[in-house]
Design a protein around this ligand. Structure first.
Ligand SMILES: Nc1c(/N=C/[C@H](O)[C@H](O)[C@H](O)COP(=O)(O)O)[nH]c(=O)[nH]c1=O
Ligand SMILES: Nc1c(N[C@@H]2O[C@H](COP(=O)(O)O)[C@@H](O)[C@H]2O)[nH]c(=O)[nH]c1=O
Ligand SMILES: [Zn+2]
Length: 363
């Protein structure tokens, strides 16, 4: 095993915790002494022990003179837990190998500096790209204090999200739908428009074989049209935040907020702008948002250039019909020069379907 092998193990440990550490990054650590793994660990939940603390606890006395591989540079500040840099110095490690730098202004570079000052060897950038990919939400949020926005669409190969009569379940297959639940688990929040609530009455919960974390459910609903009997109101399965304009029925609002998981945010506007919703979510420490639609919602996110990744699931079916709903609604563009240029990051088979992951060129 060499440095890259041990760092790969630390990355795999971090990868397994994606979705449960927010608003903290997913971090993994492995402690090695004379070619033997003497400790390993991952950060499991914000506010709890950091990955280095877990791994060094397991190593005990064998941490002395050891090397620690950690996917993110050790923290140097007192957040909810003491600084890992001090612990590494206290435990008399010989060498620290790091993959990613920490963009958190409270940390970046200071932890490593303190470790070097203590005479411990430091190496950075080992498998950096792989480790950075783990925490794209965290990096984005640290830089912009806004959630990383993933648009998710599911359609027939001709881009239809339902038949002309509105039938839509199900277009994509089991594997795709499971993949979507993995996305729900990984994102802090999920957003749909009130029309999707009215037509599909979705639960927007995460149903993976092993359970999974339910995202906060965000409903864009300018005039507070969400039916009071909807699952997102009644099932108490996850917080539901309804974003409305200022002209709403206060009586209905009072009835809805009686459900303790329901919160209504009245934005002082007639028409909700996506940017206002994202700022509000950023203030509430929401670091990632999965937008499930429908067509008008998706169109408003692309029109306002408020998304960071687009994930599209296509089923090998043709639905047709000019009146059948397409992936993006709204009025669209008139000139090709106004088209949004995307970088296709990957195209994967997903059972009978295929999944396209793309990013807008400007980011
Ligand atoms: N119709 C399809 C989808 N439909 C997605 C819509 O958002 C739908 O309202 C919700 O998924 C409702 O489900 P839940 O109760 O929240 O689990 N999404 C998919 O990936 N494939 C499809 O075929
Ligand atoms: N999760 C993680 C780190 N996370 C860093 O620490 C910050 C959170 O600190 P706290 O509030 O004390 O949990 C977080 O924003 C990020 O900069 N650092 C590490 O050394 N190892 C870890 O496992
Ligand atoms: Zn730490």
């Amino acid at each position: 095993m060499n440095d890259q092998d041990y760092m790969k193990l630390a990355i795999d440990l971090a990868k397994a915790t994606i979705g449960q550490t927010s608003p903290n990054p997913a971090v993994g650590a492995v402690v090695v002494n004379h070619g033997e793994i003497v400790g390993m660990g991952a950060h499991l939940k914000a506010g709890e022990a950091h990955a280095e603390v877990q791994a060094l606890r397991m190593a005990g006395e064998r941490a002395i003179g050891a090397t620690i591989y950690v996917t993110l540079e050790p923290c140097s500040h007192f957040g909810k837990t003491p600084p890992c840099a001090d612990l590494i110095i206290e435990k008399e490690l010989k060498r620290v190998v790091v993959a990613s730098n920490d963009p958190n202004p409270l940390v970046s570079g200071q932890g490593l500096e303190r470790i070097r000052q203590a005479g411990i060897q430091v190496e950075t950038g080992v498998l950096k790209e792989q480790a950075d990919q783990l925490n794209k939400f965290f990096y984005h949020y640290m830089k912009k204090k806004l959630p990383f926005v993933t648009l998710k669409t599911a359609s027939s190969i001709d881009g239809k999200t339902a038949t002309v009569t509105g039938e839509s379940q199900w277009i994509t297959g089991e594997e795709s739908r499971q993949d979507v639940h993995q996305l729900r688990h990984q994102h802090d929040s999920i957003l749909v428009g009130v029309n999707t609530v009215i037509t599909d009455n979705p639960s927007l919960t995460t149903r993976l074989p092993h359970g999974g974390k339910n995202p906060i459910r965000i409903i864009l609903d300018t005039h507070l049209r969400t039916p009071e009997e909807s699952q997102v109101i009644k099932d108490q399965a996850a917080p539901t935040w309804i974003m409305t304009g200022s002209q709403i029925d206060q009586e209905k609002k009072r009835r809805l907020i009686k459900q303790d998981q329901v919160t209504i945010y009245e934005l002082p506007v007639d028409k909700i702008k996506i940017k206002d919703v994202l700022h509000l979510l950023g203030e509430k420490l929401v670091t990632s948002l999965l937008v499930e639609g429908g067509a008008t919602i998706h169109e408003s996110f692309i029109k306002e250039a408020c998304f960071d990744e687009l994930i599209m699931y296509f089923a090998p079916k043709i639905i047709g019909g000019e009146k059948a709903p397409s992936i993006f609604g709204g009025i669209g563009i008139s000139k090709l020069s106004q088209a949004i240029h995307m970088n296709i990051e990957s195209i994967e088979r997903m059972g009978q379907d295929f999944k396209v992951t793309a990013r807008p060129e400007r980011r």
